[in-house]
Design a protein around this ligand. Structure first.
Ligand code: PBG
Length: 332
């Protein structure tokens, strides 16, 4: 048989990969501890630090024991926290969400007292953990969520978080106008320096499952498709993001993250604002379970997933794995 001559490839991209020292210097994306934010679940009571069974590695924690989570995180370089409250009191209007003595508000002021501005304290602003029906807003008689009545409650809640000292509030209810309503309320009460991270493109996702167990916030009746976005809609996600920008958001967020990386990069192209991506409970646990089953390497898959989110355009990755990933990074 005649020998086949295929010539030489003109471009050899492998030249950039063969030498580790060179590969290090041409790497386009960097993942470091300062790129990650850790969610915390604050409960009522004293002396509580209970592992959340649906969300491995994450605890329900009471204010008096917060430092047991916050200080090791700080040591690992994680200085940004996103607080969720799990109240004992629930009612139709989510009254306890704006109570100055509720877990989040007490946690914020405690953290501010201890650590001041050496950390960033952000709070999730939503009603679903605080309403007895589990929806993210106030319900009308027919069971639908009343957008504008909810805006008032969200604004009151955000102001109460700011009053406790929160540096940043993150509205996640997916009500129209929520960023604008909160910006106005914060400005009118003198909190002009409190920033807003909009959960701009928050999809109606099956991947919030473990969180709902952690936050006791599954809706009793119906689902959230009336306000969270249809996973099929990419253009609409850009509209949501641009609207949040116009209403005064300082940071835009996409959630979930791994399945929605196209949205991260699209919004990145359409806005000059910094962006966050939330690796949600189901995405995190998917990697956990797969690793435990021997299908994936936990460390490598987590590092790759976080790096990929950075590459897609996220400045900040909100992640339950923040501390573990940060420790791996500082050892490498
Ligand atoms: C509250 C809220 C949810 C999450 C963050 N904020 C739950 C939901 O919208 O159903 C999910 C986070 C996660 O799954 O890790 N609205």
């Amino acid at each position: 048989m005649k020998e086949i001559r295929c010539g030489y490839p003109h471009n050899r991209l492998r030249r950039l990969r063969g030498n580790g020292a060179l590969a290090d210097s041409v790497r386009e994306t960097i993942l470091r501890p300062e790129h990650m934010m850790l969610p915390l679940f604050v409960v009522e009571g004293k002396g509580v630090k209970t592992p959340i069974s649906s969300l491995q590695g994450v605890d329900h924690i009471s204010v008096d024991r917060l430092c047991e989570v916050v200080e090791p995180a700080m040591e690992a370089g994680i200085k940004r926290f996103l607080l969720f409250g799990i109240p004992e009191e629930k009612d139709p209007r989510g009254t306890s969400a704006s109570d100055g003595e509720a877990p989040v508000q007490r946690a914020v002021s405690d953290m501010l007292k201890r650590y001041g501005d050496s950390i960033l304290v952000a709070t999730d602003v939503c009603l679903c953990q605080y309403t007895d029906h589990g929806h993210c807003g106030i319900l009308r008689e027919d069971g639908s969520v009343d957008n504008d009545a909810t805006l008032r409650r969200l604004a009151e809640t955000a102001v109460s978080h700011a009053r406790s000292g929160a540096h940043m509030v993150a509205p996640s209810a997916m009500m129209d106008g929520q960023v604008g309503a909160i910006r106005n309320a914060l400005d009118e009460t003198g909190f002009t320096e409190t920033s807003i991270m909009g959960y701009s493109a928050k999809f109606h996702s099956a991947f919030y499952g473990p969180f709902r167990e952690a936050a006791h916030s599954a809706p009793g009746k119906g689902d959230r498709s009336g306000y969270q976005m249809d996973p099929a809609n990419g253009r609409e996600a850009i509209r949501e993001a641009l609207q949040d920008e116009e209403e005064g958001a300082d940071i835009l967020m996409v959630k979930p993250s791994l399945l929605y990386m196209d949205m991260i990069s699209e919004i990145r192209k359409n806005s000059l604002l910094p962006m966050a991506a939330y690796m949600v409970s189901g995405e995190y646990m998917m990697l956990r379970h797969a690793s435990e089953a021997g299908a994936l390497d936990w460390k490598k898959s987590m590092l790759e997933a976080h790096m990929a989110l950075r590459r897609s355009g996220a400045d900040i990755v909100i992640t339950y794995g923040a501390v573990e990933v940060a420790r791996w990074l500082s050892r490498s």
